[in-house]
Design a protein around this ligand. Structure first.
Ligand SMILES: C[S@@+](CC[C@H](N)C(=O)[O-])C[C@H]1O[C@@H](n2cnc3c(N)ncnc32)[C@H](O)[C@@H]1O
Length: 198
């Protein structure tokens, strides 16, 4: 946790926009499955890029947490400065210590699960209603174009390693592999997927 907090203090992970691929995937594959009253939570929401997207899209029940208190402070400030009267529930917690008082219809996870030490997918599934949706963006495998970021993260879980485990609790309904160009060759760097709780 100290490592990540320190990263945020140094301004390493502070972006102003949501990742375009996440916005695209959300619009193409998830929007039609939920409604404005759906309960949505973002794991590892950082400074709230994707939370702001959800606010702008008009969702009314949005939560987000991050292991970094510093990131949550930034997220709260950015959201309060830009939007009035939003009812967004942001809090700091390590996923492994997370305690929720309700179940959610949708989890958004952009690069949190891929960094959680000893990730347990049963616990991920327990955050969701039956048929709840997980939209996740994770590193695919130890690829040649993966650049480690030891200044922020000491754990990387790869999709190829945890796929079997996640399928105990979820049906993976959609996968898109994201390639990077490596001297003219395609290298699968990360994967975006949608999984529905069994
Ligand atoms: C690559 S950043 C992405 C931030 C945000 N999801 C986005 O798309 O802008 C990954 C985030 O996961 C958070 N994270 C890593 N391990 C975590 C854990 N065990 N519990 C909660 N958050 C964690 C980090 O603090 C970081 O903010």
């Amino acid at each position: 946790m100290e490592l990540i907090n320190e990263g945020y203090l140094q301004g390493l992970e502070i972006n102003l926009f949501p990742e375009s691929e996440l916005v695209s995937l959300f619009n193409r594959k998830v929007k039609s499955l939920i409604n404005n009253q759906s309960n949505i939570i973002e794991f590892g929401c950082g400074c709230g890029n994707n939370i702001r997207m959800l606010v702008e899209y008009g969702y009314n029940n949005i939560s987000g947490f991050d292991i970094s208190e510093r990131a949550i402070d930034i997220a709260k400030t950015m959201i309060n400065n830009k939007y009035n009267n939003t009812n967004v529930n942001l809090f700091s917690s390590d996923f492994n210590k997370l305690e929720l008082d309700k179940k959610y219809d949708l989890i958004i996870d952009r690069a949190c699960i891929t960094h959680v030490k000893d990730i347990k997918f049963e616990k991920v599934a327990n955050c969701l209603e039956t048929n709840g949706i997980l939209l996740s963006c994770c590193f695919f495998e130890k690829s040649k174009t993966y650049i480690p970021r030891p200044e922020m993260y000491d754990t990387v879980n790869y999709f190829t390693d945890f796929k079997e485990e996640i399928e105990k609790y979820f049906n993976i309904t959609y996968i898109e592999k994201c390639y990077k160009n490596l001297n003219g060759e395609k290298d699968i760097n990360y994967v975006n997927f949608i999984a529905v709780k069994k």
